[in-house]
Structure formats: C-alpha cells, structure tokens
Design a binder for this molecule. Structure first.
Ligand code: NAP
Length: 546
C-alpha cells in the first residue's frame, strides 16, 4: 500500500463524508492537532460545539476569567514567528485576550477551513469491517474517519447543582461556563454566587465592586493565595521573547510544566524563621510558586502540610476583619494544596465589604431555589441574579457525554465506570484508532505545555502507522494494566488523593461520581514524557499495530 494511503479512507458510496481523521474540539489541543495532521498531509476535520474556536477560553467568559499560569508560558511554543508576533498584555492574561490569541492562531495557520463550528459530536462508533469510526452529530449528520482524536479538554462538561427548584427562578441565572456573550450588568443587583472554587473566586473578586449586594454560598472553603498580576510593557515583552527558549526549557523540566518547581528542602529541616521568610517571599510573588515551588514535602507530609496550612490561615485571618467570617473561609477538611489552589486578587478583602455576605451551607443548607431567590434552612433570600460557579464533571465527563462505542459495541462510559483505564492516557483497549489528546491518566499541569507534547506524541504514532502500512492501532491488555497500575502508584502518598475534588473524580451533581478515583498521572511531566518517549523509541512495542 502506498504510504500516503495508509490511515486514509476511501470515499464511501453513500453521502457520508469521509476523513482520515476527525478531531473533536477546537480548543488549545484540537487546534494544534489539526496543524500537525496537516503536516502529515492528512484530510482532517475538527468538530466544535461552539460558534468559534477557543474551547475553555471560548466558553468561560465569566467576569474575571483569567490565567493562573504565566501568559508567556501558556502560548504555543511551536512557531517562533507566532512567539515573535504575539504581545501578552498581562502576566496573567484575561479571557478576552486568550480567546483573541487562539483566534489569531486559527487565522494565522489557516486552520478554519477544516473546522466545523456549531457541531456537537453525539456519538462515535468503531466499525471493525472498515477499521474506522462512524461519527454522528447531534443534528443527525454522519461522517466517517479512520482516526478519532479526542481533544475535548479536562474541564469542559459544566455541571449544575442538584438543588430543587433551579428552573423556577424568575430572575437571571447562569453557569459560569455558559456565560452569555452579551454584557451582564451588576450595578444595584442582588447577586448570589453558589460555589467557591477557582472560578467563583475570580468571579466574586471581579463583580464585588459593582453589585448592589453579594451573597456567596460556600460548601467547602478553599486555600487561596495572591496572584500578583501586572501589565507587560513593550520592553518587558521583548525581554520575554528573547527568553522564550529558556522559559520553555524550564517548563519542560518541572513536574507541572510551570516555571515553578519544588524547593529540594523539607519544610521540617529548616528553622521556623527560615520557613516563615521563605513563605512570606512566596506569598508575595506572582503565580503558583506557593503551591508548585514550595518545600518538597508540603504536598505529601501531613506535618509539613499542617505548617503551611497554618501560615495561609494566618494570612486569611489578617486579611478578613470579621473573625467569624475568617474562620468560615479557612478550610477545615483538607490542607493547603490538597485541591487546586485558586489564585486571587483582593478576594479575601471582598468579605470586608458591608454589602457582602458569606453563607456556610454546611451550617444552613440550601433547601431550594425559589422563584424569588434561594431558601436555606434559616433564611429566604431574594436575588436578581444567581451565578452557578459549580464546576465540571472533570476529566472523564466530556467523554461520558458522547456515546463512544468500541469493538463489539462496548461503551466507553461503562468501561470507565470504576475509573479510567488507559495506555499512556492516549489509547484505550477495545477502542482502536481512538487517540486521546490530554486524556485521563496523562497528568495535569500548565495545559498548553502538556498538550503540545500530547499532540506531538499522538502525531508521532500516526506518522509511524502511516509509514508502516498500519490501519489499526489499539492498546494491549497488558500495556493498559501496566500503565493503569503505574498511574495509581504515582499517586500513592499524595495528600491530594485523600481529598474530595474534581481531581479525584468527585462531583456529587453527577450520578456515579461520588467515590474517589485515580484520574491523573502524578509522577510529574518529565517522568511521563520519559515513559512515552521510550515507547516511541521502541517502535510502540506495547501497542497492537496491524
Ligand atoms: P470547582 O473547583 O469544582 O468548584 C466548584 C464549586 O461549586 C465548589 O466550591 C463546590 O463545592 C461548589 N458546588 C458544586 N456543587 C454544589 C452544590 N450542589 N451546592 C453547593 N455548592 C456546590 O470548579 P471551578 O471553580 O469551576 O474550577 C475548576 C477548575 O477549573 C479549577 O480547579 C482550575 O483547575 C480550573 N480553573 C482555572 C482557572 C485559571 O486558570 N485561572 C480559573 C478557573 C478555573 P465543593 O467544593 O464542596 O464541592
């Protein structure tokens, strides 16, 4: 078979349009995957639900949405020209700029002609006879492709809370991930926010200055730390451009692909004075240093973790004037860093405003949403606007929403009922020719840095298949078992795995998501890449290639 025809599909006799590859999602990873498949000369189509590209940065247009990663570590690294052209306005860019950036990328590399917007994939069914995937959109259109590549993100399936009466509310209401494109005004309005995750923190600190009144309904307090954002001038941007190779090399070395990496010292081996000085320094610095660049043992040793938790608790007490409110804002059921740390800008000070109230719904649970507002066990609140910052069915949720069926009609959702099982976070046994970019078990971190590697590794596998006449790619049973067990072993001893959060697969607004699972590779990106590179170097020996 001629090289160029391997992994390509002949046109079928009916009206079904046929592609070499279908990519689901036009976000950070889907855009780059399309770019890379074009390099291989493949006929690819991206299906995207939104009316424009951008994924996370298209949907999450809530007030205050912005990076917690340094902007200059977040852009694509593959094109020097792009790096030279783009000026990041801020060290932690806001959503409109990032959305603009991803649109710029789509235009610059002429990606749009292969992106089909307003196209939600509702099902994908593997066909053994043609070794291809039948793909159906929710409007009934059908397509066929040799390869199915999921680039559907980690946090892309928003969930509403299971509170009775949500549909009865007569005012305006909205989930943060479905924020309207039309401007929403807050002036004089009585606003409720349900949730206190990273999204809620950004929303609350942004709208607090405008609202008539704000009531925050908190179920679990969060350990937040300052973001310390700043604008980037032309001269500074020039300096950043000159340092890009160094910056990306640094991100490549760190466990989470950030510029921050753990300090090799133990929190317990230094004097209390040294510890305090180090933590004061980290607290005053921009970004995730306090979480990702802290003493090496704060996320694994309960004693070290208790010390840093105490430090952050003291900061909260200093910043929040009312001691009762301060205590409510200090987490009691998990230590610092056990959940993804929200970075904030004057978040705690919001609670010093006389028009802001914090309701702990463990003390006074929400009973229902009423036509006028929210009824807790002791108060009936009236609101003009309710904001649901209630998070996502993370990591596997976006997969569950598509009816993905592999060999013999096996459903991916059923296969993963007790937690994902993957090979390298890329392949799933029984689902041949399906490749996941940033799938479960591939680790979490500074998303584009990890996604670029994920896309490049998947592209390497596709290139290998094309040059070797391979039309069927599938994870082996042994490889899957080994990888899944290895992923579990990387999480042993990590305090975060003993905490309920989206990272451990908990979302009580979704059936079956109430027990903790190992959803991500926790061995750090350098080790993850070492595994994946070794598999590629040995001609993908653990993958069944036919
Ligand atoms: P999240 O961290 O899962 O937070 C959801 C919040 O809603 C939690 O406080 C949760 O309480 C609450 N909640 C859910 N269901 C509820 C219910 N039925 N009743 C009352 N409260 C309920 O979601 P998120 O804030 O959207 O953030 C998710 C992730 O997105 C972040 O961790 C981060 O990785 C990413 N993100 C990144 C950025 C950035 O880069 N700057 C910004 C925003 C988000 P419980 O905690 O008790 O479940």
């Amino acid at each position: 078979m001629a090289t160029s025809q391997v992994l390509t599909r002949e046109a079928e006799t009916d009206e079904t349009e046929v592609f070499d590859a279908v990519i689901i999602g036009a976000g950070v990873s889907g855009l780059y995957q399309l770019y890379k498949l074009r390099e291989l000369g493949m006929k690819a189509r991206v299906f995207e639900t939104g009316t424009n590209v951008g994924g996370t940065w298209y949907w999450n247009r809530y007030p205050g949405a912005r990076f917690d990663s340094e902007s200059w570590t977040y852009g694509y690294s593959f094109s020097k020209e792009l790096l030279d052209e783009w000026h990041w306005d801020e060290h932690f860019s806001a959503q409109p700029e990032t959305e603009r950036y991803l649109n710029y990328v789509a235009d610059k590399f002429d990606l749009r002609r292969d992106i089909q917007l307003r196209s939600r994939v509702s099902s994908a069914q593997y066909r053994e006879d043609t070794r291809s995937w039948d793909i159906t959109l929710d409007d009934g259109r059908h397509y066929s492709a040799r390869l199915l590549i999921t680039a559907i993100g980690v946090l892309s399936a928003p969930t509403m809370p299971r509170i009775p009466g949500v549909e009865t509310f007569r005012g305006q209401s909205c989930h943060t991930a479905h924020w309207p494109k039309e401007p929403v005004t807050f002036e004089g309005k009585r606003v409720a926010v349900i949730g206190t995750g990273a999204t809620a923190v950004q929303t609350i600190q942004t709208i607090a200055k405008d609202v008539g009144s704000l009531t925050v309904f908190q179920r679990t307090a969060q350990w937040c730390a300052p973001l310390h954002n700043a604008r980037i001038g032309e001269e500074e941007m020039q300096g950043i451009r000159a340092r890009y190779p160094e910056i990306f090399a640094r991100c490549y070395e760190t466990p989470g692909c950030f510029v921050h990496s753990p300090d090799p010292r133990s929190a317990l081996e230094v004097t209390p004075e040294e510890r305090e000085a180090f933590w004061e320094k980290l607290y005053a610095e921009p970004g995730f240093g306090i979480w990702q660049g802290n003493f090496r043992d704060i996320l694994i040793d309960p004693e070290a973790n208790a010390l840093i938790s105490d430090f952050i608790a003291r900061k909260i007490r200093e910043r929040v004037k009312n001691p009762v409110v301060a205590e409510r804002l200090i987490p009691k059921n998990h230590g610092f860093g056990g959940r993804r740390v929200p970075l904030e800008t004057h978040y705690y000070e919001v609670y010093n405003q006389p028009n802001v109230e914090l309701v702990d719904i463990n003390e006074t649970p929400i009973e229902r949403i009423t036509p006028a507002g929210i009824k807790t066990s002791d108060t009936e609140y009236e609101f003009d606007l309710i904001i649901y910052a209630t998070g996502f069915d993370a990591i596997t949720g976006a997969f569950d929403r598509i009816d993905i069926r592999g060999v013999n009609g096996r459903r991916l959702k059923d296969e993963w009922k007790n937690g994902p099982q993957t090979y390298l976070g890329v392949l799933v046994e029984g689902f041949p020719n399906m490749l996941m970019v940033m799938g479960p078990h591939a680790g979490l971190g500074n998303f584009p840095r990890a996604a670029e590697y994920s896309v490049e590794w998947a592209t390497g596998l596709i290139r290998h298949a094309r040059t070797h006449g391979i039309t069927r790619i599938e994870a082996t049973h042994a490889g899957t078992e080994r990888w899944t067990e290895h992923v579990k072993s990387t999480g042993v001893g990590l305090l975060a795995n003993d905490v309920d959060s989206w990272m451990t697969g908990i979302n009580r607004n979704v059936d079956g998501k109430d027990t903790r699972k190992i959803m991500r590779y926790s061995g750090g990106y350098p080790a993850y890449r070492e595994h994946c590179d070794a598999v590629a170097a040995e001609e993908y020996h653990e993958i069944r290639l036919e």
